[in-house]
Design a protein. Structure first.
Lengths: 175, 513
């Protein structure tokens, strides 16, 4: 019993410490990084955002762009890390939310003055998913009705027009 | 009743021609519709079906309303051309924004209109939200609008849809594309489109291959290539993702786009001359000279200043971050390789000033670019030199000054005057736009930067343009983009026409009573 309590307490303490360290590495909004870029330049920062688009592989490393709603930034990480991301945000998907800790540069000398973060550690906070597209029924009905009337109007007008110009031509000849 | 009769017929002509322009826009919507259909994006499919239907019904109504123009075989006059061009842009802005609003990515009709006008005028300021999750169909639509807007949408519709294009040249001038490459308008329009489409094929292929090389998968690489080409060639500035050109993290991609937007900012007359193997035109042309001198100076000053500030020290980053943005500003493209706020934070007053000047000067006349155009700057500059010469040697017989633009022109006072007047109009517009920004509490430099970007149809942003911007400013920006793109004349003609019509109507009514 005693050992059990001990184990429980240790677990509590350990988990407490983990949460503390997690809080210590507070995430920064990407837009704040940009707005205070001179301050953050060269510092270790943690950002959290949705991976969007796709991985741009460049040999052993890769680019992944993440967007946290305030802005988007490019992350330079190893291909291995990039492969751990299973969903990228686009029209049909919500991308994985990743937490990136790495060095921020306002004009990275390795990447032609890019504003980027070189990733030291990547965690997947929340897995992405395939969006299920909701199609409102009213939209379908409205589209069908309008499309029907538009095609009718167009066809009627142009047949009428052709008929009329034929008539004109005939009148012209008979004159 | 008699006094109203000719006016009524004018309205028929305008309505009839506009009907075809609107139908042209409806036909264009088939492209994004097909894209969405192919990619199984069902909501956009419905959005575009709805928009297509509404647009074509309105087009037919306008044609039927103006049927007198066809029945009586009325010919369009200059004023009609101007009015059709300027009015069509407003009507199309409303109709083309329907898919944006239906998608929910434009939060209001005003925002949708802003984005469409930004596309049409090849500006490139973005009001659409959540670009990273935008449907490919809608992205296709945005970039298509930019591409078509750059070549002149009214002209496109009229010269391809109508058999009898008697008045089309007038609409051409109305859309600020005063150019006759070959005697017939249809021929000229076809040449412009041929040049653009060949470049479109080559450019998309180049960017597609480059895209796969930098790590995009084949299908997205194709769409990226197509979109970025359309954006660059028409000096637009849209991109499919929030980060604009920074999404790609690639020097090669930047080089390709820079080539395309420089070529796109050159006069179509020049393209045609070069196609006809008159290569000397490239060097002799006053606009080319003007563009290279001003862009070289702007780049040199900016690179020097920013390296002095210690921001970009090595050559590669100077090129990718400074030269790229300066050329992008100068050609009025607006693809940005730095974040909007970086201009404010890092570039400093001098850097911003250079960008403002470059944006206001803009590209070539009769190209897809905006600004007050290299041609006018060159002419006014030569006019000043000639004037100084005249003051210094009053006794000597007056020497004729010339300038070369496709052919030799004599630099007479009326040309200098009209160029100077247009430049003054632009400066006035720029001042009004800046003033409104300052009034709403934005810093002066920021307001001026964004105003220059809007006036010159550039699209670089320093962060003023956002969804939370006051509505009045959004309206003002829309108006400014519109005026800047149509180079005032058409819009003034439209206003004059409306005033004339109202006067006649009043006179008619007072006679009756
Ligand atoms: Zn880097």
């Amino acid at each position: 019993m005693r050992t059990l309590i001990k184990a429980f307490l240790t677990a509590c303490i350990v988990s407490f410490f983990f949460t503390v360290t997690a809080n210590a590495a507070d995430t920064v909004k990407i837009n704040d990084l940009i707005n205070k870029m001179t301050y953050y330049n060269g510092r270790l920062v943690t950002v959290e955002g949705e991976a969007v688009g796709e991985t741009l592989e460049r040999g052993e490393y890769a680019w992944v762009n993440i967007n946290d709603g305030s802005n988007a930034i490019g992350i330079w990480l190893t291909s291995g890390d990039a492969e751990r991301i299973s969903y990228f945000g686009d029209y049909k998907h919500i991308g994985d939310t990743v937490r990136i800790t790495g060095v921020f540069s306002e004009n990275c000398s390795e990447h032609g003055g890019d504003v980027d973060i070189h990733c030291d550690r990547m965690d997947i906070v929340c897995k992405g998913y395939v969006k299920n597209e909701v199609i409102p029924r009213t939209k379908i009905i409205a589209a069908l009705i309008l499309f029907g009337s538009a095609s009718t109007v167009t066809v009627v007008y142009f047949t009428h027009r052709r008929f009329q110009s034929k008539l004109d031509a005939r009148n012209y000849i008979s004159k | 009743m008699k006094s109203l009769r000719p006016h009524y017929l004018s309205v028929s002509i305008i309505s009839y021609n506009m009907g075809f322009v609107v139908l042209g826009a409806a036909l264009l919507m088939i492209i994004p519709l097909a894209t969405s259909l192919a990619l199984h994006e069902w909501n956009p499919v419905l959005d575009f079906t709805l928009s297509l239907s509404v647009t074509s019904i309105i087009g037919i109504i306008l044609i039927v309303f103006g049927r007198q123009a066809r029945l009586k075989k009325l010919r369009a006059e200059w004023k009609h051309g101007f009015v059709v061009a300027s009015l069509s842009w407003i009507v199309l802005m409303l109709l083309c924004s329907i898919p944006y609003v239906l998608s929910g990515n434009a939060k209001s009709i005003l925002d949708g209109c802003f984005d469409v006008m930004s596309g049409f005028t090849t500006t490139g300021l973005v009001m659409t939200q959540d670009l990273d999750h935008l449907a490919t169909g809608l992205n296709m639509w945005r970039h298509l609008l930019t591409f078509v807007g750059g070549q002149g949408i009214v002209v496109l519709a009229l010269s391809f849809l109508m058999k009898n294009t008697g008045g089309a040249y007038k609409m051409y001038v109305g859309e600020a594309k005063d150019i006759g490459l070959v005697p017939s308008v249809r021929g000229t329009a076809r040449i412009i489109w041929k040049i653009s489409l060949i470049y479109l094929a080559v450019g998309t292929a180049a960017l597609w291959i480059c895209g796969m090389y930098i790590g995009l998968s084949p299908l997205p690489a194709f769409f990226h290539g197509l979109f970025m080409f359309e954006s660059a060639w028409s000096t637009g500035g849209f991109a499919p993702y929030t980060q604009n050109i920074m999404y790609y993290h690639s020097f090669a991609y930047e080089i390709l786009t820079i080539i395309f937007f420089v070529i796109g900012s050159l006069n179509f007359g020049l393209h045609y001359a070069v196609w006809q193997r008159k290569k000397k035109e490239m060097i002799k042309n006053i606009e080319v000279q003007s563009f290279f001198i001003t862009s070289f100076l702007a780049c040199a000053f900016a690179v020097y200043r920013l390296s002095q500030l210690g921001i970009y020290r090595d050559a590669v980053s100077s090129f990718r971050r400074v030269v790229y943005n300066i050329i992008s500003a100068h050609t009025t493209t607006g693809l940005g390789s730095v974040y909007a706020r970086q201009f404010a934070i890092e570039w400093g007053g001098f850097g911003i000033l250079i960008l403002i000047v470059a944006m206001l000067i803009g590209g070539s006349a009769c190209s897809t670019a905006g600004g007050f155009k290299g041609l006018r700057v060159g002419i006014v500059f030569k006019g000043i030199i000639a004037e100084i010469k005249r003051i210094l040697n009053p006794e000597r017989s007056v020497r004729v000054s010339k300038f070369h633009h496709i052919k030799e022109y004599v630099l007479d006072d009326s040309i200098v005057k009209s160029s100077a007047l247009i430049i003054i109009c632009y400066m006035f517009l720029f001042a009004v736009c800046t003033a409104l920004g300052v009034y709403y509490g934005y810093p002066f430099a920021d307001s001026a930067f964004e105003a220059a970007s809007v006036t010159g149809n550039v699209g670089l942003s320093i962060g003023v343009t956002s969804i939370s911007m006051p509505s009045l400013m959004k309206v003002q920006y829309i108006l400014t983009m519109y005026l800047g793109r149509l180079e005032f004349i058409s819009v003034f003609a439209l206003l004059g026409y409306i005033v004339e019509g109202v006067k006649k109507l009043c006179a008619h009514l007072s006679k009756r009573s």
